[in-house]
Design a protein around this ligand. Structure first.
Ligand code: NAD
Length: 331
């Protein structure tokens, strides 16, 4: 049974509302009749927010977290200093520094302001490297997170904060929720500048290549992942917040594909035949990663509905349109 469902009139704070998932979530909650305050250090880049109120605050600061969390019933904390593998590999110190401050100050502000429900966005990067050494990897279950050996920097901070959410639940009775995202993608996400992730980067590269041209791929293309479309992600986290389940839960897709497969799907959408050039000097992350969704399906009756192909059609078209509008497509 759910503790209390959000809906008409529920007052909600979404942090990271200027970012990819936070922006989509804000629109979804506002559409459901909730009152939403968005908070970020920057506005959404590609379209106006649907939030009823949007405040520019730096959540590394305790006072800003206290201000952000005033007079709300629920908090979705999606703010983080993050990016794709290239960014988190090259910025471990600042990523751990900023995200530890954001997450410790947010939890404490939520407690001090007497908020009932708090959702923390964790990541598949908490899973141990020793389980992800093969491309034919077994899907990762929530219990696989220990013994701990997470992604260096970013993943260690996520695991540490998951633990602190558990302690706030146990020690203070705060209703904390922890979701482990596995590669969320879709329109309105960063597609260039260094923080973009593989689906967006590949869509951009395919869009910019000539019809029979070449595409650069990080690694040998045989590394595997699973990808979840953003509308499924948003639906899943709202269901989680409406539940009384307080252990970490995977949210993603369980269809394993290689990076080569991903490039082939996007190239077919674009109607291009591209030669692949592999750059083995670039970071690739773990060799293989897939999500076991058994617990999420059983606990929340949730499962992803949008296929990789459907999601990539929407994402590719949006990125190609952005590039075209900015005069960055080959004529
Ligand atoms: P994003 O980078 O698009 O959004 C994060 C937002 O946080 C940005 O708009 C950023 O400006 C904001 N932010 C950073 N520092 C801040 C600060 N000091 N104060 C206020 N706001 C600040 O990322 P996203 O893809 O929307 O991810 C949302 C959450 O989900 C993050 O916690 C991320 O670690 C987690 N996550 C995402 C994925 C994914 O595939 N997108 C996978 C695993 C985990």
């Amino acid at each position: 049974m759910s503790e209390s469902r959000s809906g008409n009139g529920t007052r909600i704070l979404v942090t990271g509302a200027g970012g990819f998932i936070g922006h989509h979530l804000t629109a979804y909650l506002a559409g459901r009749g909730c009152w939403v305050r968005g908070v970020d250090i920057k506005p959404p880049e590609y379209e106006p927010t649907a939030a009823h109120e949007f405040e520019f605050l730096d959540l590394r600061r305790r006072a800003d977290c206290l201000q952000a969390t005033r007079n709300v019933d629920q908090v979705y904390n999606l703010a983080a200093n993050m990016g794709g593998i290239g960014f988190i590999e090259a910025n471990k110190a600042v990523v751990m520094h900023d995200n530890t401050l954001i997450n410790m100050n947010m939890l404490e502000a939520v407690r001090l302001n007497g908020i009932k429900k708090y959702l923390y966005s964790s990541s598949a990067c908490v899973y141990p490297g020793y389980l992800q050494k093969s491309a034919e990897v077994s899907p990762l279950r929530e219990s696989d997170a220990y013994p701990a050996d997470p992604e260096d920097g970013y993943g260690w901070e996520k695991l540490f904060t998951e633990r602190q959410c558990r302690h706030y639940h146990e020690d203070y009775g705060l209703s904390t929720y922890v979701v482990r995202f596995h590669n969320i993608f879709g329109p309105l996400g960063t597609y260039d500048g260094g923080r973009e992730k593989s689906p967006a980067a590949i869509c951009r590269k395919v869009a910019q290549a000539s019809n029979d041209g070449e595409i650069e791929i990080w690694g040998d293309g045989k590394q595997t992942r699973s990808y979840c479309y953003v509308s499924d992600c948003v639906d899943g986290i709202v269901r989680l917040m409406d539940s009384d389940y307080h252990q970490p839960l995977n949210l993603g897709q369980d269809r394993l594909v290689t990076i080569d497969d991903l490039v082939d799907v996007v190239s077919a959408i674009a109607g291009k035949r591209l030669r692949k050039r592999y750059d083995l000097t670039k970071p690739q992350g773990v060799r293989g990663r897939n999500a076991d969704l058994t617990l999420m399906k059983k606990t929340l009756g949730w499962e992803p509905r949008v296929s990789l192909e459907e999601g990539l059609v929407k994402t590719y078209r949006w990125i190609a349109r952005q590039l075209e509008q900015n005069g960055r497509l080959k004529q």
